[in-house]
Design a protein around this ligand. Structure first.
Ligand SMILES: [Zn+2]
Length: 164
């Protein structure tokens, strides 16, 4: 299990000096620690193997777990791992790859599909407009605003999600 805090801290239930500092400086959050320890527990029960994640964010009622590893590892067969996480955390959970912007967006809005991505130039700067078709609106795991916030948190661009 690899997470935003060290392995010792994931296993031990207490925080070392370095990880305490990270928590103080808000480089990691209580939620990151909770998710890391949950995944470690699931690994011990052999329910997940080789899990790794970058950060866990609570946005609205949704927890978004970002990873540079394989999304499938954290989702599990038939969504088993994500369901267990969701049950333990008592929130909806979405696992998102942050290896590139397009897969991050695709994971976030799945099973809805990206219909198009347009770059729009505004006086305030460049915007990346992501278009989702109207029929796909009801497939979104969370309200459009929540997903838009998540996308902006996980990207250094300004992202606008638009349902057309
Ligand atoms: Zn530590």
């Amino acid at each position: 299990m690899k997470g935003p805090l060290c392995e010792e801290c994931i296993k031990s239930g207490v925080l070392c000096e370095e990880c305490s500092k990270k928590l103080e400086n808000k480089e990691i959050s209580e939620l990151d620690i909770e998710v890391a320890r949950l995944l470690y527990k699931l690994e011990k029960r052999d329910l997940v193997r080789g899990a790794s994640f970058e950060r866990a964010h609570l946005i609205g009622n949704l927890i978004v777990i970002s990873t540079k590893g394989r999304v499938g590892t954290l989702v599990g067969k038939g969504g088993r791992v994500v369901r267990l996480l969701s049950h333990e955390l008592n929130k909806k959970v979405r696992v998102v790859s942050v290896s590139n912007m397009k897969s991050m967006l695709a994971d976030l809005i799945s099973p809805a599909k990206i219909q198009g991505i347009n770059i729009v130039y505004k006086p305030s700067g460049e915007q990346t407009k992501v278009i989702i078709s109207h029929e796909d609106k009801y497939k979104l795991i969370a309200p459009r605003e929540t997903l838009e916030k998540a996308a902006n948190l996980l990207s250094d661009r300004t992202i606008v999600l638009e349902v057309k």
